[in-house]
Write a protein that binds this ligand. Sequence first.
Ligand SMILES: [Zn+2]
Ligand SMILES: [Zn+2]
Length: 279
Amino acid sequence: MFLIAPLRSGSKGNASLIETAHTRILIDCGGIASEDIWENRLRIHPETLDAILVTHCHRDHLDDDGIDLANDYGIPLYIHRSTCAAAERRLEAMEKLPTRLIHHFGERGFKIGDLRITPFRLSHQGPWNAKIGKCFGFAIKSRVGSRNYCLGYLTDAGTLSEANMEALVGCHCLVLESNHDVRMERDSDRNPRHISWILSRDGHLSNDKAAEAVRYILDNQSEPLLRDVILVHLSKDCNTQAKALRAVSKATAESRGRKPRIYCAEQYDRLRFIRIDRG
Ligand SMILES: [Zn+2]
Ligand SMILES: [Zn+2]
């Protein structure tokens, strides 16, 4: 088996649980420290997590409570060196985290249990040029039976390079930021500087750019692999699920081949597990 469950998605926290028969990890740990999630809803113990893999150092992805969770249950934190340095400056809980729990990853592939993880750099920073280190997406592979399956994981990117999209071409399931509708963002009463950051290369991915990425993947897969697209990090003020779904569905309708199922993750997701190794 190879499963993903989005647990949190949006500006108040981001985290997903990834599971195979042998390995259980979290990607990001923003807003998931509550015992209610682990004891009552997931019914798994945090001690059984093999790792927390960190995309970048914004508090909605890595916060003090998440680091305390790693510390309390001895969960290794997989984090890029630059992200780790930023976390040490920004988050008090990092001081208490023993170095034996910190695993720096570089820009090459690495393994956690039976997951083979290839990181790739994303264009995302600031706002206000805050130093957060580098931001990463991941292509995560696991072998189930005689086949390899791939999960593409990409959240928080102002824009996507062709190399980013190439890294995702082989995926069966895609977690993809679809943050805002450009018009809603431009017309919002947010601070104008904040709006320019969101819309910049360092900001967040619009519905239209998410749609472009899905279209690229569908058009470039040599066989139809992509079955599920989970749209994440939707803005509460400047997007709606209907707009995000409409933009991405339009792109899949225009592409040739099989159409993937498209979902939107909720800020406080209802913990559905999506099977990556089906079919
Ligand atoms: Zn961010
Ligand atoms: Zn974020």
